[in-house]
Design a protein around this ligand. Structure first.
Ligand SMILES: [Zn+2]
Length: 174
């Protein structure tokens, strides 16, 4: 029997899994590792299970010395399955703590603590937002599509939502 799904080994628990069940962490240099969310980084890489246990264990491993932003992002992506961002955001939609749409978000980027980017955002806007987020060390995640994000604000489509309040941002991540 031959399995065509590419498999990789988790660097923590050594289990062999489908690539889709693992997070890719690019090895930028000997002592610099960085979460490669979109699996596009050309560098060599290690893999870690998409589980709280393996992420917790790798967070304590000095060899990889992962940035807190990277760890938060990974945990955050796990939470997608158990926690519904859309409902949380709907409950806060009238709050001054949210900005939405690329223009408003770029205008207020200095005050932003977390970005939720639609999975179907245009590549151009995605690159623009991610470059800005990286420059300013703002954690971000891709979640939902433009229509789903739009529903929160009674708009047809919204391509990005920004959280301006540190506590609220932390609540989504925790
Ligand atoms: Zn593992």
């Amino acid at each position: 029997m031959h399995n065509h799904t590419p498999e990789r080994t988790c660097v923590v628990c050594r289990e062999k899994k489908d690539k889709s069940d693992l997070f890719r962490i690019a090895k930028i240099s000997e002592s610099n590792y960085s979460f490669d969310e979109k699996q596009k980084h050309q560098a060599r890489a290690i893999y870690v299970c998409k589980t709280h246990e393996c992420i917790k264990r790798i967070s304590k491993n000095k060899k990889y010395n992962l940035k807190i932003e990277d760890l938060l992002l990974m945990v955050n992506l796990l939470k997608k399955q158990s926690k519904d961002y859309l409902n949380i955001l709907k409950a806060m939609k009238n709050s001054e703590h949210l900005a939405f749409g690329i223009n408003m978000v770029m205008d207020e980027i200095q005050h932003i603590h977390f970005l939720i980017i639609a999975e179907d955002i245009s590549e151009k806007n995605d690159k623009k937002l991610i470059a800005k987020a990286k420059e300013l060390n703002i954690p971000y995640a891709h979640y939902g599509d433009k229509t789903q994000l739009g529903e929160i604000f009674n708009k047809e489509e919204v391509n990005v939502i920004a959280i301006k309040n540190k506590k609220v941002a932390r609540g989504l991540v925790d």
